[in-house]
Design a protein around this ligand. Structure first.
Ligand code: GLA
Ligand code: ZN
Length: 673
């Protein structure tokens, strides 16, 4: 069994990407002195250094990296060592121009940025294996080495390549998946628009077509692209396992950022020794701490509930969004500790020292251009001390209340073209349901639709358009066994090949929901409808309505107007020991809360009315004890009741009856007993 925690790291991880190659060596000694001052325990090194490590084919220069690792080791700082395979040197591309990826419309990218790689290219694969082998041979026994960091953020900025090598690779992949070309024709429904293939050699990637291409082909290409990138991760990982046993291998995920929707992290979570994640606040005016919590919950879930590590976030603003606000005082610590509350074994950043040159010079860092006499630096030092005070929470696990189903394949399928309404966005519904659960102070585990759900009193299905028959049976079993299910519209519609399930919609769910949907009746842009509830109260909805026909389900909310006026809007179905709810329209936050309140009663999940909005309360528990994290995202002081007395770890004060958390602050209580 490979190791799953960074070797030799005794506390929580605190540090960041360290790019000493951007600086003269005289700066390095100041770097490590300041790292020690801030309490840095681990840094990520060498992620983009291939051109420096192998300046010409077969010529290596490890001297500088030796000196960096020795210096870090001498100062007690552990190293997360990168394989630099995300940016091959320019000499490689001049010798192998076909290793640069090609877009769906046939244009080839040029060298000069990062991540421009055709993952099917045999020369790239050989070169990546070679540099990985050289690094592993040289550093396997280096005393600073704690963790291997393969590549960087697989899946971005190029999620798929459409070149001829990829076409050949796709055909091999299809042959292995389907066996015969007839099976492909059947699965892709190529009888439609006369797309029938006579042999695998006739099949290409879904390149530029004049109108919509075959959706099942497009979906399979996403699966193929993800599997291809994963093959390359595995190849590097296996080299590292062989040459560097005892050191865990990771690659940094981006689980909940919609910037990266091309990776099936359920599959990737099973491949890494330690799940690590990068998270950046998307500052488009939403409550950024909610997306952060969602990312952390999703990351923990792809890690199977085990501890994971936040490998990158920012101390303040980033530089790649249209507008990049600075974090407010205290926000960096709140962000960091919110990840820790939800299972991260520390908080790492991009990057240690802010660059002077290159594309990321306006991205914040732990050590800003202004040096140590800056607010960011003082907050970094403070965070180092806080993480040190929390070190005993290591290896404990976050305790969840409910589950939300999540499936990248369904998301890919939902985003294909020609749907009933382009205003419906599966990701938007997932965010909205997550936010509604967050506002009810329920901690969420994400789960694959075919996973065992019996541990959860409530399972929410925000928008799962693609659902296999096995997933449908899984949900039926879950409800019959006593679970409460809450499903949003346009779920369970198609199978794994984007084919509509046989019979009335929603094929995978009609039995468990006790209804059929006769027609989708999406609304025109800007139109809204009202739905009327049990006590006569109305809720607003938009984007989507349906003609729902109950077949066993009872109607709880009814459309008051719009195309579905008089028909059921929200239904409830008793089945076996459990209950299945269905929401056939896009409710706003109030509406979702009202439905969740009712479903929550069926599920007997705690209501928690005494917790203030935007005060996050999350528990981690395990061998060393039970810890309550209270994160106050508001501008006013908050009081949170404590069932059990305990000791607050950041202030050292004892707490009983309730814990007071100043505006913008975090408190972590070790509960007695
Ligand atoms: C990503 C990358 C880093 C850096 C940051 C900036 O997470 O992995 O190298 O570019 O973004 O936010
Ligand atoms: Zn390619």
């Amino acid at each position: 069994m490979p190791e799953t925690t960074p070797k030799g790291l005794t506390g929580l991880a605190f540090g960041g990407d360290y790019n000493p190659e951007q600086w003269p060596e005289s700066v390095w000694t100041e770097d490590v002195r300041l790292m020690r001052e801030a309490g840095v325990s681990m840094v990520s090194v060498g992620i983009f250094s291939w051109a420096l490590l192998e300046p010409a084919p077969g010529t290596y220069d490890f001297g500088w990296l030796d000196r960096v690792l020795d210096l870090l080791h001498a100062n007690g700082i552990r190293v997360d060592l990168g394989t630099p395979t995300v940016v091959p040197p320019v000499w490689f591309f001049r010798a192998h121009p076909e290793a640069l990826p090609v877009t769906a419309d046939g244009r080839r990218y040029e060298f000069g940025s990062r991540g421009a790689i055709c993952h099917s290219n045999a020369d790239y694969r050989a070169a990546a294996a070679n540099i990985t082998t050289r690094l592993a041979e040289r550093y396997a026994d280096h005393p600073a080495l704690a963790l291997w960091h393969v590549h960087n953020e697989y899946g971005v900025p190029v999620s798929a390549c459409y070149c001829d090598s990829c076409a050949a690779h796709f055909r091999r992949w299809l042959a292995a998946e389907y066996g015969t070309v007839d099976a492909v024709n059947e699965a892709w429904g190529t009888a439609f628009w006369g797309q029938r293939y006579g042999g695998f050699d006739e099949i290409n990637p879904p390149r530029l077509t004049p109108t919509v291409g075959n959706p099942a082909q497009a979906l399979d290409y996403k699966r193929f692209a993800d599997a291809t990138i994963r093959e390359n991760f595995r190849a590097e990982r296996d080299i590292l396992h062989r040459l560097s046993p005892g050191v865990p291998v990771t690659t940094n995920f981006m689980t909940a950022l919609s910037q990266c929707d091309s990776i099936d992290y359920w599959a990737w979570g099973r491949e890494v020794d330690l799940v690590t994640n990068d998270h950046y606040l998307i500052t488009d005016g939403r409550r950024t701490h909610v997306n952060l919590a969602m990312a952390a919950d999703l990351t923990r879930s792809v890690a199977g509930g085990a501890p994971w590590l936040l490998l990158e976030h920012s101390t303040s603003g980033v530089n790649w969004q249209p507008r990049n606000p600075a974090k407010t005082p205290g926000q960096m610590a709140r962000n960091s500790l919110a990840h820790v509350a939800r299972g991260s074994e520390g908080a790492m950043f991009f990057q240690w020292r802010q660059s002077r040159r290159g594309a990321e010079k306006f991205h914040s860092a732990m050590l800003p251009h202004g040096g140590t006499d800056t607010r960011v630096w003082r907050e970094v030092v403070g965070l180092g001390a806080s993480l040190d005070a929390l070190r005993e929470i290591r290896s404990t696990r976050t305790v969840a209340d409910v589950a939300v189903l999540w499936d990248w394949h369904s998301w890919w399928a939902q985003n294909l073209e020609w749907r009933p309404s382009e205003d419906h966005d599966a990701r938007e519904r997932a965010d909205a349901f997550y936010e509604a659960l967050y506002d009810r102070h329920l901690t969420v585990d994400f789960a694959h639709p075919e996973a065992d759900l019996s541990a959860y009193p409530l399972v929410v299905v925000p928008a799962l358009y693609l659902m296999t028959e096995a997933a449908g049976r899984n949900l039926t079993r879950y409800v019959e066994g006593g679970g409460t299910l809450l499903v949003s519209y346009f779920s369970g519609v198609v199978d794994e090949h984007d084919a509509v399930h046989e019979g009335a919609c929603p094929g995978a769910l009609r039995d468990v929901l006790g209804l059929t949907v006769e027609e989708f009746a999406p609304l025109l842009e800007g139109d809204t409808v009202r739905v009327t509830g049990p006590d006569g109260t109305g809720l607003a909805a938009d984007v989507w309505t349906e003609f729902v026909v109950p077949r066993g389900a009872e109607t709880v909310w009814t459309y008051a107007d719009g195309p579905a006026a008089g028909r059921p809007a929200v239904t409830r179905h008793r089945l076996g020991e459990g209950t299945a709810w269905y929401v056939s329209t896009r409710l706003g936050a109030d509406g979702l809360d009202a439905v969740l309140a009712r479903a929550g009663e069926d599920a007997r999940v705690p209501a928690r009315p005494d917790l203030p909005r935007d005060v996050e309360v999350v528990r981690r528990a395990g061998g060393s004890g039970s810890y309550l994290f209270v994160i106050n995202h508001t501008g006013t002081d908050a009081k949170v009741p404590l069932d059990t007395p305990g000791t607050e770890l950041l202030t050292g004060e004892s707490a009983a009856g309730r814990i007071e958390v100043p505006a913008g602050a975090v408190r972590v209580v070790r509960l007695d007993g």
